[in-house]
Design a protein around this ligand. Structure first.
Ligand code: AQP
Length: 344
């Protein structure tokens, strides 16, 4: 008998993901993340957190942050996450995220972080003025995942590089501390429609909360008029829709609208083109607007209903945090022992 962990991770499958409370959620967050959470909870034990610790890597108004956390929780519930099935909690309510992040900061290498394209995109030309937290953000993300030994992480395409980094950190921790198989090497679940929803104003940029143009995105809280107007104003071209997706390769805005239609309708893109080939955007956009309103409209309504009772949302989040800690605390205790902490 040996108490050495096995070389390969042998623990249970577990899903974990989160969204930052740093602005209105949009169609990209919905299709790239929230829809997948609601589906996965029925297949695998699932933990979904509100990433308030990530959010403060850029300044957030302290008077608004708690409300923003409740809004994300309401979005989770309105898109079908069930707190009796999934564990829903605020990141900052589980101190093990920060504790593990410190250890992992000491495992990750500067050269690895220097390669992260999201930091480069967000910091732009003035990285000296950004917070250290924004730079080490992917290490906190690794801690979020590994504190629960999560094996599968549903995210949009933009997070693939961070998941690769998590795997590298997990592997190095296992090697450095002679703990083969202690942490799993988690997999990003990026497949599926809506993995990369693009801006309605620029088909080469991803739809994003921080885009200064509100017309670039459809927010979960937009009403029917706002949704229809944004789709009407979406950038397109004068050509009719072709018969194949390949023919849309050089038409990113058109391709994006077709992909959004397919994702919202739960139909293959080819089938959508089969229906609309030969038609122009004058015909396609109203159909897309009707579809978007029918899918997104009820979500906004349900969010408003849930947010009218913040105490109930707080109860759900508090209960979720207690359940999350039951998993994270033993992991952290073991990490302290492996590292050789005095307190381990
Ligand atoms: N355009 C997108 N298409 C598909 N998935 C997307 N996600 C974000 N944008 C798209 C996915 O949504 C989840 C939560 O994202 P987040 O809020 O934690 O961080 P983010 O990726 O930084 O989101 P934004 O909207 O782009 O925010 P800002 O503008 O602040 O950077 C993640 O799974 C993400 O992949």
């Amino acid at each position: 008998m040996t108490d050495q962990p096995p070389a390969q991770y042998a623990g249970p499958k577990r899903v974990l993901s989160g969204v930052q409370p740093s602005g209105d959620l949009h169609l990209g967050n919905y299709l790239g993340a929230l829809v997948k959470f609601a589906k996965l909870q029925h297949e695998t034990p699932t933990l979904i957190f509100v990433a308030d610790m990530h959010a403060i890597t850029v300044w957030q108004d302290p008077k608004k942050l708690k409300t923003q956390v409740r809004e994300i929780a309401a979005a989770y519930l309105a898109t079908g996450l069930d707190p009796k099935i999934a564990t829903i909690f605020p990141q900052s309510a589980v101190p093990e995220h920060a504790e593990l992040a410190w250890v992992l900061n000491c495992v990750a290498r500067l050269g690895w972080l220097d390669r992260m394209t999201q930091f480069k995109d967000k910091a732009g030309k003035h990285k000296e003025r950004e917070s250290v937290g924004l730079y080490t953000y992917p290490v906190l993300q690794a801690a979020d995942i590994l504190a629960y030994k999560a094996t599968h992480v549903p995210v949009g395409d933009d997070q693939k590089q961070h998941l690769e980094l998590t795997r590298d950190i997990a592997q190095k921790f296992n090697n450095d501390f002679d703990a083969a198989g202690f942490f799993p090497l988690p997999e990003a679940l990026t497949q599926g429609p809506g993995a990369r929803v693009m801006s309605l104003r620029d088909g080469s940029a991803k739809m994003s909360k921080s885009d200064p143009s509100d017309n670039s995105r459809i927010n979960l809280t937009d009403d029917a008029d706002a949704i229809a107007s944004k789709i009407r104003k979406a950038k397109t071209d004068p050509e009719p829709l072709p018969e194949t997706m390949e023919a849309l390769a050089e038409r990113p805005e058109a391709k994006n609208l077709v992909a959004i239609y397919a994702a919202l309708a739960g139909r293959p893109e080819a089938e959508v083109l089969g229906e609309f080939a030969g038609q122009g955007f004058g015909a396609f956009k109203p159909k897309l607007a009707d579809l978007a309103v029918s899918v997104m409209g009820p979500i906004g309504g349900e969010m408003r209903r849930l947010l009218a009772d913040p105490a109930e949302i707080d109860r759900i989040l508090g209960d979720g945090a207690a359940r999350a800690r039951e998993i994270a605390a033993p992991t952290m205790a073991e990490v302290k022992r492996l590292v050789g902490y005095w307190a381990g």
